[in-house]
Design a protein around this ligand. Structure first.
Ligand code: HEM
Ligand code: HEM
Length: 120
């Protein structure tokens, strides 16, 4: 679980910094919120979850941890894709953005509940 989270976080880091560099080079900042959340939700939050689960294996072994893992990793690409499309003027992507962000929100609420329940 921790290794999968850290490897996925590293992937998000590469995508986030590539987009950041691209924005800087083209001086087009429309996708800045996508870059920001690829960084904070993809890299920082996933890596932090991976490190927390390494440090507290009792939190990594629960069913809630599995649900958190899948909802975060299925929701985030939909959230980021929806946000990018929406910011580029495709208003039809609004529902994708809404669903993706709500799924990620739910995954992180469950992550928090998991920590409260399993850490002693
Ligand atoms: C080589 C690495 C990176 C480059 C070239 C880069 C580039 C950029 C650029 C060009 C902007 C837009 C600035 C603006 O609109 O004024 C930006 C914003 C931002 N970046 Fe990065 N970035 C990098 C890495 C990261 C990482 C690793 C994170 C998160 C962990 C991050 C988080 C953010 C955030 C949160 C913003 C929005 C800041 C705001 O709205 O004031 N960046 N970045
Ligand atoms: C489901 C999770 C999240 C949702 C739905 C969300 C939503 C938003 C929204 C609507 C904005 C304003 C964007 C704008 O002004 O264009 C924003 C900005 C920001 N959020 Fe989040 N956020 C989430 C998670 C996080 C997390 C976990 C962090 C930090 C660890 C974070 C850091 C930031 C930062 C730094 C900004 C300002 C950067 C910018 O405006 O581009 N967000 N977020």
């Amino acid at each position: 679980m921790s290794i999968r989270l850290l490897k996925l976080a590293a992937l998000y880091l590469v995508v986030a910094i590539t987009l950041g560099l691209g924005m800087g080079m083209t001086e087009k900042f429309t996708l800045a919120p996508v870059h920001a959340h690829l960084g904070v939700l993809g890299w920082v939050t996933l890596a932090l979850a991976g490190l927390i689960y390494t440090h507290y294996p009792q939190a990594a072994g629960t069913r809630l941890a599995q649900v958190h893992f899948w909802l975060h990793n299925l929701g985030l690409p939909v959230f980021m894709g929806g946000l990018a499309l929406f910011l580029l003027g495709n208003t039809w992507a609004g529902p994708l953005l809404g669903i993706g962000s709500t799924v990620v929100w739910l995954s992180l609420v469950l992550f928090a509940v998991n920590l409260w329940r399993s850490l002693r």
